[in-house]
Design a binder for this molecule. Structure first.
Ligand code: IDP
Ligand code: MG
Length: 137
């Protein structure tokens, strides 16, 4: 089943020079393609929409500051079961609990700076793609 998902390489990934490493992992999955990609510093309004489900949580404000702290890479990836697939590739939210071999497990140590975002369902993917790439068909 071909799907689309919204992926963000968070500011820590860009600062640490891990864009190529992470994009390379995505590109090497058979049949997955990148259908949109942009380097951009995320503004507050975009982040408020994106992380609406987390408003009021103790980690919300530090997360917003971190996500606006430098350029991020936003991309849309398309392909077979890509929503579940990129989540698996990223690993669980806490990088210390994430298995080696996953992006978070290989490169992260703290929960907030966990390198990547990936949509968690078809509904989230559709909503998030509209936020970041409103003109994408
Ligand atoms: P996810 O990115 O694995 O889907 P969510 O629970 O949706 O995780 O949380 C969104 C983002 O908020 C996480 O990726 C992480 O950057 C940050 N975050 C989540 N929980 C915590 C926490 O307990 N402390 C600090 N940051 C957190
Ligand atoms: Mg999430």
């Amino acid at each position: 089943m071909s799907q689309r998902t919204l992926v963000l390489l968070k500011p820590d990934a860009v600062r640490r020079g891990l864009v190529g490493e992470i994009l390379g992992r995505i590109e090497r999955k058979a049949g997955w393609t990148i259908s949109a990609l942009e380097l951009r510093t995320l503004d507050r309004a975009t982040l408020e929409q994106h992380y609406a489900e987390h408003v009021g949580r103790p980690f919300y404000e530090p997360l917003m500051d971190f996500m606006a702290s430098g350029p991020a890479v936003a991309l849309v990836v398309e392909g077979e079961r890509v929503i579940e697939g990129v989540r698996t590739m990223a690993g669980p939210t806490d990088p210390i609990a994430a298995a080696p071999g996953s992006i978070r497990g290989d490169f992260g140590t703290i929960v907030r700076e966990n390198l990547v975002h990936a949509s968690d369902s078809e509904e989230s993917a559709e909503r998030e793609i509209k936020i970041f790439f409103p003109t994408l068909a």
